[in-house]
Write a protein that binds this ligand. Structure first.
Ligand code: NDP
Ligand code: 8X3
Length: 253
């Protein structure tokens, strides 16, 4: 029987790469994000290339009312979500905490923590009803270490780690698997978003070494969700070979 994955943040980077990989493997997809034109273009391409079923839901994960109504609108087979990939997230700013921009903090906390909770809250009843499902949260090496000037972003990813453990515990009686996939540096729009569109500054983050590519993470997510029922990957930390931890990179020119 066809399986369905719901991906938040499918318009770019890791979420988009996951959408392509799951489509290649014949899954039905619910794709979400704010940039509606990108969502529709992706849907068009996936339907054309892989003849899969795709539903797009256009919402901002920070807006709980919109999240709730998007999920209330699901009908028929779209209510059977096998995998929820909580991927939407971002960093904003890069400064010592005492110099931090409060608006940036709020965007990160609202998106990475509250948004993930809102979407999970909307999807969990559908999984609990069926006593089946798998929630995969995209954490980060930044959820395991704190690096200089990364303060609030790192804290949001530490929260994702805590929420992942809490979900696993509370959903245990309902037979719902919960996993975290935690990447190091991945070449996506992440740094361009962090630096407010400054592409040159963003590209410098990835200079002199081979960062991970979005598809590397998509493959790991696919592996995590294709284990037999009795196997759960709790936590998968994936780094570029050139990155030992958040602060030590081997850069070669
Ligand atoms: P991208 O910027 O390429 O993609 C981020 C995605 O999140 C976009 O599809 C964006 O869609 C979506 N998104 C952001 N804010 C919102 C929002 N408020 N509501 C709905 N969707 C939103 O970055 P990545 O692919 O790199 O990031 C994906 C995840 O991976 C994030 O959680 C990030 O923290 C994590 N991560 C990234 C790493 C990296 O080095 N790149 C390393 C470790 C973890 P849209 O703008 O259309 O809404
Ligand atoms: C993104 C990884 O180390 O650039 O979560 O913050 S890092």
């Amino acid at each position: 029987m066809k399986r369905t994955i719901l991906i938040t943040g499918a318009t770019a980077g890791i979420g988009k790469a996951a959408a392509v990989l799951y489509a290649k493997n014949g899954w039905s997809l619910i794709l979400t994000g704010r940039r509606v034109e990108l969502l529709e273009k992706l849907k068009e391409n996936l339907v054309r290339d892989f003849s899969v079923d795709v539903l797009t839901l256009n919402f901002d994960v920070r807006d709980n009312e919109t999240v709730k109504s998007a999920f209330n609108s699901l009908s028929g087979h779209w209510r059977k979500i096998d995998v929820l990939l909580n991927n939407a997230g971002l960093a904003k700013g890069f400064s010592d905490i005492q110099d931090g921009n409060v608006a940036d903090w709020e965007v990160m906390i609202d998106t990475n923590i509250k948004g993930l909770l809102y979407v999970s809250k909307a999807v969990m009843p559908l999984m609990i009803e069926r006593k089946s499902g798998h929630i995969v949260n995209i954490g980060s090496i930044a959820g395991k270490e704190v690096y200089a000037k990364g303060n609030v972003y790192c804290s949001t990813k530490h929260a994702v780690e805590g929420i992942t453990k809490a979900l696993r515990l509370d959903l245990l009686p309902h037979k719902i698997k919960v996993s975290a996939v935690c990447p190091g540096a991945v070449y996506t729009e992440f740094s361009t978003v962090r630096f407010d569109g400054d592409k040159e500054r963003a590209d410098n983050v990835y200079n002199g070494y081979q960062p991970l590519l979005a598809n590397d993470i998509a493959e790991a997510i696919f592996f995590v969700t294709s284990r037999p029922f009795h196997v759960n990957i709790n936590d998968l930390l994936i780094m570029p070979t050139a990155q030992a931890n958040t602060s030590n990179l081997l850069r070669e020119e």
